[in-house]
Design a protein around this ligand. Structure first.
Ligand code: NCD
Length: 309
């Protein structure tokens, strides 16, 4: 595996292998001697997180994952503000220049859909031995988020096949949702309930993909039914910076809505949350979103190892 650009590139077999490797990383990390040993794996290799959009989790979990494996992260606070893009440099030129300094990995977050693919094309055209990882390309995809989401589902409930998954919020412009839907469609018997304001429904391209893969799905605005029926509730914020507006639907999950959720279901959220999940429910064992963020570090350790091998 060279670049990580979109969810579709992962087969079921590759996902199983990745999750096994992620479990292995966690086990070593949780052991004092194991943790020390990990730092020898990619000792001294460079990783450049190049982020043209804001990020907390993705950037810090990639940097932590890299440091845990002995890599050295080198980055500027905000590429959108401080890189030569401000002077008018093309993404292609920036990537080519960065490749000259021999990083093993460039983790790219960019507001334009297709940016990671463009970066990977530069790497391949000039034969650099650099892996591009897509950490979010506009409304496009965020594959490493979806991988950690799926890993979290598997870890929390022990399975993915046959689950009822309710995905709620901004399904039109949320790239984490898009990447997750592609991944879920690889599993057997998954049933999706898609809850969103009518103007922020899942894109027709993805609905077509679901139909082609025989994935059952319904679209609804009924919160109570959507929460009651679910094994997994995947909640997301409205992507205001991408022009999304919600004036119609109350999407907040608080103590009242939590009563509708099954006792052995789990609530996930890629975070950041704004007001769609009340912090009053954070202590409930079904609220899995902070465990989910920690899983992100382990998935990224496994991914960094696989692209650096
Ligand atoms: C997501 C993103 O950037 O798309 N954030 C993240 O990486 N966890 C979700 C979001 O911003 O809503």
């Amino acid at each position: 595996m060279n670049h990580i650009l979109k969810s579709q590139q992962f087969s079921r077999k590759a996902l199983d292998a990745l999750f096994a490797q992620t479990d292995h990383m966690r086990k070593l990390y949780d052991d004092t001697i194991g943790r020390k040993g990990l730092t020898a794996l990619l000792q001294g290799q460079l990783i450049y997180p190049v982020f043209y959009e804001p990020s907390s989790r993705t950037r810090y979990s990639f940097c932590s994952a890299a440091a845990n494996l002995g890599m050295r992260p080198i980055w500027t606070e905000s590429a959108g503000e401080f890189s030569s893009a401000v002077k008018g440099e093309s993404l292609e030129d920036t990537i080519r220049v960065l490749c000259e300094y021999d990083p093993t990995v460039i983790v790219l977050r960019h507001p334009k859909e297709g940016a990671a693919e463009r970066a990977a094309a530069v790497v391949d055209k000039f034969g650099y031995k650099v892996s591009i990882i897509n950490a979010g390309d506009g409304k496009g995809q965020h594959p490493t988020q979806a991988l950690l989401d799926l890993y979290t589902i598997r870890r929390e409930l022990g399975r993915i096949d046959g689950l009822r998954v309710t995905i709620g919020g901004d399904l039109l412009n949320g790239r984490a949702v898009r990447s997750l839907v592609y991944l879920l469609s690889k599993y057997k018997g998954v049933k999706l309930t898609l809850l969103s304001p009518k103007n922020l429904r899942l894109g027709t391209d993805l609905k077509q993909h679901l139909r082609e893969h025989g994935v059952e799905f319904i679209e609804t605005q009924n919160m109570k039914a959507a929460l009651t029926s679910a094994n997994i509730i995947y909640w997301t914020r409205i992507q205001k910076e991408r022009g999304s507006k919600n004036n119609t639907l109350n999407l907040r999950i608080g103590p009242r809505e939590l009563k509708w959720v099954s006792p052995d279901a789990r609530i996930l959220h890629p975070l950041p949350r704004v007001d769609e999940i009340d912090p009053a429910i954070d202590g409930d064992p079904r609220a899995a979103y902070f465990r989910q963020t920690k899983n992100g570090m382990f998935i990224r350790m496994a991914l960094l190892q696989s692209v650096s091998a």
